[in-house]
Ligand binder design. Structure first.
Ligand code: 5GP
Ligand code: ZN
Length: 112
């Protein structure tokens, strides 16, 4: 069994509030939301972090980018949204499975 919590969310062995799923991508609500809407968008393929991507992942990454606006709309974020990718300890990444934070709505933290 994998010890990656996001792989275990994908395979259903850890419960989550699922927002979207297709052949390549899985999206679910963050357990500790930092804004009214806080969704994590992850590839089904276990890729640890952004700087582990290579050109073989081009189609997957294009797909992830293109579904973000659709997901935002499905969450009621008609006025815009924020996306964040933390990479490595220096970037504040805590879970070692690539994920895009999709944030929006009220309580969206500002950058100071
Ligand atoms: P990171 O700091 O790695 O960019 O973000 C990891 C995110 O995953 C955090 O916002 C954290 O709240 C979320 N998270 C960690 N464990 C779980 C979990 O078991 N379920 C869900 N839904 N979110 C999680
Ligand atoms: Zn994983």
């Amino acid at each position: 069994m994998t010890d990656c919590i996001f792989c275990r969310i994908i395979d259903g062995s850890i419960p989550c509030s699922k927002v979207y799923e297709d052949e390549w991508v899985f999206a679910f609500k963050d357990i500790q939301p930092k804004a009214e809407v806080h969704v994590l968008v992850i590839p089904k393929l276990h890729i640890e972090r952004l700087d582990h991507l290579d050109s073989s992942h081009a189609e997957l990454i294009t797909h992830m980018m293109l579904i973000l606006p659709e997901l935002a709309k499905s969450q009621g974020l008609d006025n815009g949204f924020r996306t964040i990718i933390n990479t490595g300890p220096g970037g504040g990444q805590e879970v070692g499975h690539l994920h895009i934070h999709l944030l929006g709505g009220s309580n969206l933290p500002g950058f100071h």
